[in-house]
Design a protein around this ligand. Structure first.
Ligand code: ARG
Length: 459
């Protein structure tokens, strides 16, 4: 099967080892639908500028749609001698249409074709990821009402810090995934520029209409410099970066819930249909999904690294190295989509173990900062108040009590004006009630955030 890309200049057929080494059909076949979409737009434009007749354009368009159907029906065999999906489709077109098929590649090259196809593919993939992120946000927000009364310890350095409402915790992840969605939208904006028609690198003397193809393909703009855009893979890097950040967010969440699922924490139960067992230890209910979500982050970040190194030394414009961008980015999308897809039902199905959490909630002096702030509000300078509470924590630790269990004299020893009112901020419930600032875990703040999120996410 001779490739349409092999001109009369070659004195010898390609060595079979070269075909095997240089092929990309084994991974770029998944661009077929976008390749056909781009080719149809190109053919329509060629008709508009008078290069194809209406009949030729119609034949090309309907044959490309037949080829698409054939591929989807599995009537499609690939051959490394045709290198990539672009050559396969063009060869099928030429086999069916002869010279009419041979006209399609007028005014374009595979370089702009690859870039166009990849932009179209990534644009759809970004939209899928955005939808999956939305579903995960909805899963977190969907828990907020049922968990509203639940208070959990929050940590810094993985040491108990201050109490928060569980719903405040859920909304923290919504914020992270919202920034991820904004990054996706931002990346989509810069990607959504047409490279079609810059041909190999310098443009073309054929009177094509690039604005026309851009509009047909839903691109918001046309790239202004042929050399730049035929070498540009910023949109691939940015997508990989956006995916890497999503992965790190998922990984932190997974790590946290793996800890929460231990006997030591005992904060959460995961739905059994989303857990796995052990072949030797009958008691095990393992959080493998969360571990894999955490583990797969390595692949996504690895893809970003691969892509950055791939492009770092490339002179303008197209270099064959760029073919290597696809396996890395496809894998990053596949991985992140799979992780997001499995995360949402896990979030919905998990059960907070309120009794177990409550049984140890007064441990770890989660109310120490509220006490310090109470002292500050009673006129004691912050550094002094910080020191005083530290010594009270030391005293309580020695006596194995909580701050709320210390007698009033102990507080008065440090500041004689203090009275019974001090107990109003002690204990985790009181500490929660004392919060006031915007964005804090104060129940009325969290309530208004929940309702803002519900509106924003269409719940
Ligand atoms: N299979 C190649 C790719 O995906 C096609 C590039 C064709 N351009 C070229 N100058 N050989 O990048």
């Amino acid at each position: 099967m001779a490739s349409p890309s092999r001109s009369g200049v070659f004195a010898k057929d390609t060595d079979s080892r070269v075909e095997l080494f240089t092929e990309s059909i084994s991974f770029d076949a998944r661009l077929y639908a976008h390749d056909i979409q781009g080719s149809i737009a190109h053919a329509q434009m060629l008709e508009k500028v008078g290069i194809l007749t209406e009949e030729e354009r119609q034949a090309i368009e309907s044959t490309l749609l037949e080829i698409k159907q054939d591929i989807e029906d599995g009537n499609f065999t690939t051959s490394i001698s045709l290198e990539d999906i672009h050559m396969h489709i063009e060869k099928m077109l030429i086999d069916k249409l002869g010279d009419t098929g041979r006209k399609l590649h007028t005014g374009r090259s595979r370089n702009d074709q690859v870039s166009t196809d990849f932009r179209l593919w990534i644009r759809d993939a970004l939209d899928r990821v955005d939808q999956l992120l939305l579903q995960l946000q909805q899963a977190f927000v969907g828990r907020c009402d049922q968990d509203f009364e639940t208070i959990i310890p929050a940590y810094t350095h993985l040491q108990r810090a201050q109490p928060v409402l569980a719903s405040h915790y859920w909304l923290a992840y919504c914020e992270k995934f919202q920034r991820d969605r904004e990054r996706i939208a931002d990346c989509r904006k810069r990607l959504n520029v047409s490279s079609l028609g810059v041909a190999a690198l310098a443009g073309t003397s054929i009177p094509i209409d690039r604005q026309d193809t851009a509009e047909r393909l839903g691109f918001a703009d046309v790239a202004a410099n042929s050399l730049d855009v035929s070498s540009d893979r910023d949109f691939v890097l940015e997508s990989a970066f956006a995916l890497s950040v999503i992965s790190t967010h998922l990984s932190s969440w997974a790590e946290e819930w793996i800890l929460w699922k231990t006997v030591e924490f005992d904060f959460i139960d995961l739905p059994h249909d989303f857990c796995t067992g052990s072949s030797i230890m009958p008691q095990k209910i393992n959080p493998d999904i969360l571990e894999l979500v955490r583990g797969k982050t390595g692949r996504v970040i690895g893809s970003l690294q691969t892509l950055l190194v791939l492009v770092k030394g490339l002179p303008l414009a197209y270099n064959r190295d760029l073919q290597e961008d696809k396996p890395a980015l496809f894998d990053a999308f596949d991985t992140v989509e799979a992780c997001l897809d499995i995360a949402a039902p896990l979030v919905e199905g998990a059960r907070i173990k309120v009794d177990s959490i409550n049984a140890r909630l007064e441990k770890g002096f989660l109310d120490a900062t509220s006490l310090m702030e109470y002292l500050i509000l009673n006129g004691i300078p912050q550094r002094t108040a910080h020191h005083m509470v530290g010594s009270l924590v030391g005293l309580a630790t020695e006596n194995n009590t909580t701050l709320a269990e210390l007698p009033l004299e102990e507080f008065q020893k440090l500041s004689p004006d203090l009275d019974e009112k001090i107990y109003g901020v002690l204990g985790v419930k009181n500490a929660i009630a004392a919060f006031k600032s915007y964005g804090s875990t104060a129940p009325d703040q969290v309530k208004s955030q929940i309702s803002a999120w519900k509106t924003r996410l269409g719940l």
